[in-house]
Design a protein around this ligand. Structure first.
Ligand code: CA
Length: 225
């Protein structure tokens, strides 16, 4: 899952990025308004949530929010704001934001709001099943035949992406865009490393792999493996 942070205060941006990275999110940061809007518009399909500071050099958060909403009405946007009057909050929501959080905030509070928005945005289950594998995204648990499987954050994110798209081919370029951030060097062989790790942990020796390779294109988990 990928998040864009538009925030000119480096310490706040890094604080959020580090926390989200630990939770397995891919994170892009823009430190001014113009760059933020550009990144947002270039990658609208990739971002699951956009965190938008209010006061920014270049373009302010309200202008960015309005511009994004002209292109896309559903992508979740949360304002990060030091402004603290009710009027300002209403103004932000009227500009098209889904939520706002006042600085200073705790990372846990921000994370909780992000998860709520992602849930309503995706409007899909957070529990998945494929063969003898169960994934509970909310509780961050993967199990095989009822026994927990220990996955790294990236392995978990990759498996979640494949399961959310069960029955469809997940293209390598889309996987990279979705699971790794913009600074990632485009050597997509890293995907194979993670797929192999998932297969080692999830497959039963002597039976077909949970994850099918679609040669030259990507990977998929079959609808009914
Ligand atoms: Ca600012």
């Amino acid at each position: 899952m990928r998040i864009l942070i538009v925030e000119d205060e480096t310490s706040i941006a890094n604080f959020i990025r580090d926390g989200l990275a630990e939770e397995g999110f891919a994170v892009d940061i823009a430190d001014n308004g113009k760059k933020g809007l550009q990144l947002a518009l270039d990658n609208l399909a990739e971002y699951d949530v956009i965190l938008l500071d209010w006061m920014l050099p270049g373009l302010n958060g309200i202008e960015i929010c309005r511009s994004i909403r002209r292109e896309n009405e559903i992508i979740p946007i949360i304002f990060l704001t030091a402004k603290d009057t009710v009027d300002d909050a209403v103004f932000g929501l009227e500009a098209g934001a889904n939520d706002y959080i006042r600085k200073p905030f705790s990372f846990e509070e921000l994370l909780a709001r992000i998860r709520v928005l992602m849930r309503s945005h995706q409007q899909v289950s957070t529990e998945f099943e494929a063969g003898d594998i169960l994934m509970d995204v909310e509780r961050h648990i993967v199990s095989k035949e009822g026994k927990p499987v220990d996955l790294t954050q990236k392995e978990f994110a990759l498996l979640e992406y494949l399961l959310r798209n069960k029955g469809k081919v997940c293209r390598r370029t889309r996987i990279i865009e979705k699971i790794w951030d913009i600074h990632f060097e485009h050597d997509s062989s890293v995907i194979d490393v993670y797929i192999n790790a998932l297969r080692r942990k999830l497959d039963t020796p002597g039976t077909p792999s949970l994850i099918t390779t679609v040669r030259g294109v990507g990977y998929k988990i079959e609808e009914a493996p």
